[in-house]
Design a protein around this ligand. Structure first.
Ligand code: X5A
Ligand code: ZN
Length: 667
């Protein structure tokens, strides 16, 4: 199960032939630098190369009209004057004698990717294409786009692969109005787009790009727009929208396939977007989508006009598709007020369609504020600080290049009793040296009663050594079967070198007092009752009436509370502890394990009680990078649970701003 890369340099062979400042950014080099960066970084070599093909007329007609197709078909034979005249009919686009050929290859590349993923030849993949697609409409070219690659792919997946539900995530900085129009009344395709909007003053200046365009008829609720009303949005703003709008709805929808309209004009340095999110954020956006649809994710290039930022962002996306854990993103100070207004608006307008949003607050009564976005320095970033226009665009914007993401030599190590077989693809962990007498004495003194034997000493020594190697990045992640998860957690939190350890304590049972007292440990406790008094910002008891057997409730809590907390806390190590008797369904457990690997550069240690050998194999497969199975569509969470989540959010959001779902002065 690999990652497909679909590319052909034929798609670099068209360009703007006359002077038009609007179209100038859309250059062949966009594709060249993206592909070159993948080759030079060695990432291309790790992918499964998939050849492009030309789309057929029938495929183009899945979305476009015959008249329009016939018109475009004539462009290869036009002279310059005719091409310019043909171009005149449309907005912000240009034609070239070779663009029809490239546009057919761009669709064909996208469909080749969908075929490879849907047939299971690969797990996921990316298509690097030109021209982009998401602005083009039934009978119109628009915004550098000729045919709507991603919209055609969604129709194609429904028709040829029996996909019942397709999720389209459009993270390009422009609104893909072409995709919105295509699926407006179609509940089988959920279209999500965020876009620079500035109260309709930004191109394409459409009323229907605002948050209140939710789809129509049977498709009502299946179109989600998050307009950005300020430039300068950063990593926190993007993550807040994922945690509080997109992901809950996407999990409730339960897609069979995820298509990403992967435009990188939403990254820092882009002259069109003027946003501040750094290229490594795309690693996280990708990762957060990779456990939907059983991992079937197809990313298709759309915009991206700063060649440096574009190339870095493409690499981050592909490396994550390949299974490398994302590096911790910079600048997670929390979302700005304008972003929170957008989050709030999208949630409140969709609350009647999605049960995960039923508790969202009502729409703002008064006019949305026109306050400027927080100064970019507030969270340490150096992005554009002005409102965009004029000279600000010409300043050279600089940001640090994403660090190389070094893969440890061991992906997944297991600490198991000798009688339990090691899962395929994993290594049984055995440290080079055994415990010396000092270590033994220490372990005996603090963690073992007099009577306990050497087997326990060795086991406890092994798990500390495993964590030590994870912290040195020699091992990525691991799993340990231990006789007592409480003792193991106490030991590991007190011996870990990491400045911060996130403990996710799943099931009914007390968190050891020593762990709770530890300043550097954030404990998220998911259970049916909260046994400890909660006042500390470092102890977060999430209670579910039905306990961990409640898949919907637990998923909602994981997306809306656990992930924002985890991202903001920025742990160096995640301990995921499954208490004895925990009733979390297998698929849910895997989702949790999968999502948590976006934290601490993938350094997760799963602790399981000794006798629960059944969860070893599946958890190990997830740690090895296999996607969790889809949960299917989810029902509504229990109202009491939702209420308790909201009380928790209220208590914690001043300390953990990523938990916010609405602007402070509107609460
Ligand atoms: C695909 C894409 C942008 C068009 C901007 C026109 N198009 N002003 O990013
Ligand atoms: Zn764009």
């Amino acid at each position: 199960m690999g990652t497909a890369l679909v590319y052909d340099d034929e798609m670099t062979k068209y360009k703007l032939l006359w002077v038009d400042p609007v179209c100038e950014p859309e250059v062949p080099e966009r594709l060249q630098v993206s592909h070159q960066a993948l080759v030079r970084s060695g990432l291309a070599g790790c992918c499964v190369p998939v050849p492009v093909r030309e789309a057929t007329d029938e495929e183009i007609l899945l979305v476009h009209s015959e008249e329009y197709l016939e018109g475009v078909k004539k462009t290869p034979f036009m002279d310059l004057e005719d091409l310019m005249a043909f171009t005149q009919q449309y907005g912000d686009v240009y034609f070239h004698p070779n663009i029809y050929h490239c546009a057919k290859l761009a669709i064909g590349a996208t469909l080749q990717l969908v075929d490879s993923v849907m047939t299971g030849k690969v797990r996921n993949g990316m298509a690097l294409v030109r021209p982009p697609g998401h602005h083009s409409q039934t009978s119109q070219a628009n915004g550098f786009c000729v045919f709507n690659n991603v919209a055609i792919a969604a129709q194609y997946a429904k028709k040829h692969h029996r996909a019942k539900r397709v999720l389209i995530v459009d993270w390009d900085i422009h609104h893909g109005q072409g995709i919105q129009y295509c699926f407006e009344d179609d509940p089988s395709v959920l279209y999500f787009s965020w876009h620079r909007y500035e109260h309709q003053s930004f191109w394409p200046n459409l009323r229907e790009s605002d948050f209140d365009s939710v789809g129509s008829g049977k498709g009502a609720g299946f179109n989600i727009n998050v307009p950005w009303n300020q430039v300068g949005m950063g990593n926190s703003d993007y993550l807040a929208v994922f945690f509080h709008v997109l992901l809950p709805v996407a999990y409730e929808f339960g897609p069979d396939l995820v298509l990403i309209s992967a435009g990188f004009d939403s990254a820092i340095g882009d002259p069109e977007g003027l946003m501040c999110a750094t290229p490594d954020i795309f690693a996280h956006l990708t990762h957060l989508l990779m456990n939907l649809a059983g991992g079937k994710v197809c990313a298709v290039l759309e915009g991206g006009y700063n060649l440096t930022s574009l190339a870095q962002s493409v690499c981050q996306t592909v490396q994550t598709l390949l299974g490398d854990p994302p590096p911790h993103p910079a600048n997670l100070g929390g979302p700005c007020e304008s972003a929170l207004e957008s989050v709030h608006s999208a949630r409140s307008v969709h609350k009647k369609y999605w049960s995960c949003l039923q508790h969202a607050a009502a729409p703002f009564p008064e006019e949305p504020s026109t306050k400027t976005c927080r100064p970019a320095q507030q969270d340490g970033s150096q992005g554009p600080q002005s409102n965009g226009g004029g000279e600000a665009q010409k300043e050279a914007i600089v940001w640090p290049e994403p660090l190389q993401r070094d893969a440890p030599s061991v992906r997944t190590a297991l600490v198991l009793p000798d009688a339990v077989a090691c899962a395929d693809g994993c290594e049984r962990f055995s440290p080079a040296e055994g415990p010396d007498s000092m270590a033994t004495a220490g372990l005996r003194k603090h963690f073992l009663k007099e009577s306990e034997d050497g087997v326990n000493v060795k086991l406890l020594y092994n798990i500390t050594a495993l964590v030590g190697q994870m912290e040195k990045n020699e091992i990525r992640n691991g799993l340990a079967l231990v006789p007592d998860v409480s003792m193991a957690t106490t030991l590991l939190t007190s011996t870990s070198l990491s400045k911060r350890v996130l403990v996710v304590w799943v099931g009914d049972g007390l968190v050891p007092a020593q762990v709770l007292e530890d300043e550097k440990t954030l404990v998220v406790h998911i259970s049916s009752t909260a046994p400890h008094e909660a006042q500390s910002k470092y102890y977060v008891p999430i209670t579910l009436k039905q306990g961990c057997g409640d898949t919907v409730g637990l998923m909602q809590a994981a997306l809306g509370l656990l992930l924002p907390l985890g991202y903001q806390y920025a742990p160096g190590l995640v301990l995921l502890v499954r208490l004895p008797g925990c009733r979390a369904r297998e698929d849910l457990w895997l989702q949790l394990t999968g999502l948590l690997q976006g934290l601490a550069a993938g350094h997760t240690l799963v602790l399981v009680q000794e006798n629960e050998t059944a969860s070893v194999g599946i958890t190990a497969s997830c740690l090895l990078g296999n996607a969790a199975p889809s949960l299917g569509s989810l029902a509504a969470p229990g109202p009491e649970d939702v209420e308790s989540f909201e009380r928790l959010r209220l208590r914690l959001q001043t300390d953990w701003p990523l938990l916010q779902t609405t602007a402070p002065d509107k609460r």
